[in-house]
Design a protein around this ligand. Structure first.
Ligand code: GRF
Length: 216
């Protein structure tokens, strides 16, 4: 009798970075250790030529590309078109690819987001919709929040506004500084982002209006 088991195609993954790349490393390690089995890292693209994340990509034998955005606005369709060309050259297409933002300090244009609709994820160091934008950990401390955390979400046309996939709370301690709080959140980020990528690449996420649901 023919087997009914179908193997799921491997999802080609690109990671867009600007800096340190610790989340990139967590994801590449999750692929190496086969925690993520249905995703393959095809390219890492940095808008900063000196981003340490590029070395992390090279260490994991993933093509590390620089698209220097010096002198360009933070949001630029011209720049995004160059990124899209590079993504497509590396097989990360809008029909079946996955783009991960990992400390990427650019804002994607609506055209880019529309092309890769529901195929772009981001991680944010707060429990969205609280404290969106820059310096989320400082925002939480300044506000006096008792709990903050991290969020993985789909990217939509706003900043940190897309449907939420996973969240982890992190308590704020009385003696926390931005540094100590950021470190504790980061530890959770490194667990949460690979988990979200695994769910996506295993085809287990579906979006109903704003709600992301798990499907078998
Ligand atoms: C992380 O805190 C992430 O939540 C935010 O930017 C930081 C990137 O860190 N979006 P890294 O480059 O992944 O180490």
């Amino acid at each position: 009798m023919p087997s009914t088991h179908t193997t799921r195609p491997v999802v080609p993954i690109a990671v867009l970075v600007s800096g340190r790349g610790s989340n990139l490393e967590a994801i590449l390690e999750a692929i190496d250790k086969k925690y993520i089995t249905n995703g393959a890292a095809k390219v890492v693209i940095s808008n900063r030529p000196d981003a340490p994340a590029l070395d992390i990509a090279r260490k994991h034998n993933v093509p590390a590309k620089i698209l220097d955005d010096h002198g360009l606005p933070k949001k630029s369709w011209e720049y995004d078109q160059r990124t899209i060309r590079l993504l497509q050259e590396h097989g990360v297409k809008s029909q079946d690819g996955l783009i991960l933002l990992s400390g990427y300090f650019r804002i994607l244009t609506p055209e880019f987001v529309g092309l890769y609709e529901r195929r772009i994820l981001n991680i944010h160091p707060a429990l969205l919709p609280a404290f969106p934008g820059l310096n989320a950990q400082k925002q939480a401390l300044d506000h006096g929040a008792k709990v903050t955390g991290c969020t993985v979400h789909f990217v939509d046309k706003g900043v940190d506004t897309g449907p939420i996939i996973l969240q982890t709370p992190v308590p704020v301690r009385d003696d926390d500084t931005v540094e100590t709080l950021s470190q504790r959140i980061l530890r959770e980020e490194h667990r949460l982002y690979p988990e979200a990528v695994r769910l996506f690449t295993d085809g287990m996420l579906t979006v109903k209006e704003r709600r992301v649901l798990l499907v078998e």
